[in-house]
Design a binder for this molecule. Structure first.
Ligand SMILES: *Cc1c(COP(=O)(O)O)cnc(C)c1O
Length: 498
């Protein structure tokens, strides 16, 4: 099969579509080695194009970002950081890393940016270890009159290890919306720290600031960690910083989900964590709409520790992804992206309001960011049933625990919806109202089925076929107007990959 040649023949004499040509050339190169992988890539595009993406943590990055990732830069080792490498020949990677870091600081108004982490989870490990090194290890070494870890005795090292491993972290409970890297027992963070959790208020579903302040005073943690994957309230970082200061805690904010809202000015003033937090971590692929990756932003006094991500917790960085980050940060530093960030929140508020109007229970009664949490337990369903049924009806989203969830993280009581991806496609409030209407119709038509033992199942369900047919038709109607990567014609590939 010679996909590129066929494409060039087919389009001879036509005006050049550079994006399509690039895509075809990539698929052609992959297909020559592994046709099944080429097929999966094309099928994934078809899938993402034909299902409405409501996953709050996903987005659609630009084709330029994708091109920067797919090339020889991936071959280069560059352990260390720009200007301080453990390998020769890093001049070009130095330029890329410096540029990405500079763009990140300009975009987010941070004093320092470390762009190497491969993911949000990595970024958190880098930040944790930087804080432990600055506040525990370095002072301990000084106490021993040493500067170099390699020069202390085994007994001294054991003492430092014990002290490093016994520091307190106060983070948000997973069920209240926190992330598993914030001290969830099944994550390494729970072994690294003596972890304490705060929850949202049972009545309001929101943070209880007075309770948080009291916990800070009672626990006196080294790290006060704020940040979430499933929380819809506004967070007052100015106030929380004043509480952290009262007990001398390091304030770390994991803005993995909402960094794009900060970058685009959708969250400003006291709702922007960057001026207040000692350290912020983030992903670059969620609302920020860049390549899959992570980043640490920090105040100057943490920079020298953060820059030691390698050797602390990482090996070499991904130069190709740092290049893509530089492009994404530049794309985000534009009036278009500012408008985008504001529209994400507008759309999210509309989605929540329309769902409520249709009688669907929304966690905390609405949203102040890009996430909407739906309580499906109120309809007698699990999140698992709702997620599967909605996927059958043309929508991709994920089930999520709600605060104090009785079904646990596998079945869950909730759904998490988000507007970053649909907003990237150009959808607005009318579409959100329509989508809410479709979701409500589907949710109301799901009936839990019985399991093999005759009990009400937490996974199986039946779905009204008419509702399903109507939903698929209506979703298609919306997606036909807002096409993902319209430059790319997937029909062209049908003859190769059927
Ligand atoms: C998504 C997320 C992460 C992890 O990001 P990965 O890139 O998947 O490792 C960390 N923290 C929060 C709050 C997140 O939402």
């Amino acid at each position: 099969m010679d996909i590129l040649k066929d494409y060039l023949t087919k389009t001879a004499g036509e005006e050049l579509n550079a994006e399509m040509l690039t895509f075809v050339a990539n698929i052609d190169a992959v297909a020559k080695k592994r046709p099944e992988i080429a097929k999966s890539i094309v099928k994934e595009l078809v899938d993402q194009r034909s299902h409405l993406k409501l996953i709050a943590s996903e987005n659609f990055c630009s084709l330029a970002v994708q091109s920067a990732m797919g090339n020889l830069l991936t071959d280069k080792y560059a352990e260390g950081y720009a200007g301080n490498r453990f390998y020769a020949g890093c001049d070009n990677v130095d330029d890329i890393e410096r540029l990405a870091s500079k763009e990140a600081m300009a975009l987010l108004g941070a004093e320092h940016a470390y762009v190497q982490p491969h993911s949000g989870a990595d970024a958190n490990l880098v930040a944790f270890w930087a804080i432990l090194r600055k506040h525990v290890q370095t002072p301990a070494l000084e106490k021993f009159g040493e500067k170099n870890l390699l020069n202390i005795t085994k007994e001294q090292w054991d003492e430092i290890r014990a002290e490093m491993g016994n520091q307190k972290l106060l983070g948000m409970d997973l069920y209240s919306g926190g992330h598993l890297t914030h001290g969830y027992r099944h994550n390494v963070s729970a072994q690294m720290f003596d972890v304490y959790n705060y929850h949202v208020d049972k009545e309001t579903g929101l943070l209880d600031y007075e309770n948080l302040r009291q916990m800070l005073h009672d626990i006196k943690p080294l790290i006060f960690l704020i940040g979430f994957s499933a929380y819809t309230g506004a967070v007052d970082y100015e106030l929380l910083k004043s509480y952290a200061d009262e007990v001398g805690a390091v304030m770390m904010v994991d803005m993995a989900h909402f960094a794009g809202l900060v970058a685009g000015g959708g969250l400003t003033g006291k709702y922007n964590p960057i001026p207040y937090a000692h350290i912020c971590t983030t992903t670059t692929h969620k609302t920020l709409r860049g390549p899959r990756g992570g980043m640490v932003l920090c105040k100057k006094e943490y920079a020298e520790y953060v820059d030691k991500g390698c050797p602390h917790v990482m090996g070499g960085p991904l130069p190709n992804v740092m290049a893509a980050k530089a492009i994404a940060f530049k794309e985000a530093n534009t009036p278009e992206f500012k408008a985008y960030a504001k529209k994400i929140i507008e759309n999210s508020k509309q989605l929540a309001a329309s769902l409520i109007e249709k009688g669907i229970k929304v966690q905390a009664g609405g949203t102040e960011n890009h996430i909407v949490l739906v309580d499906v337990a109120a309809l007698g369903l699990t999140g698992r049933q709702a997620e599967s049924a909605l996927r059958e009806c043309g929508m991709t989203l994920n089930r999520n625990t709600l605060p104090f969830d009785e079904y646990g993280p596998w079945y869950t009581s909730g759904l998490r919806l988000g507007t970053p991806a649909t907003t990237t496609l150009g959808m607005g409030r009318d579409e959100m109202a329509e989508i809410a209407d479709i979701i409500a119709a589907v949710l109301k038509s799901i009936k839990p089925a019985l399991d093999k033992k005759g009990n009400v199942s937490k996974a199986r369900y039946t779905l009204d076929e008419d509702v399903k047919t109507a939903s698929i038709r209506r979703i298609k109607g919306i997606l036909d107007k807002f096409v993902l990567y319209p430059e790319i014609d997937t029909d062209f590939f049908t003859k190769y990959f059927n």
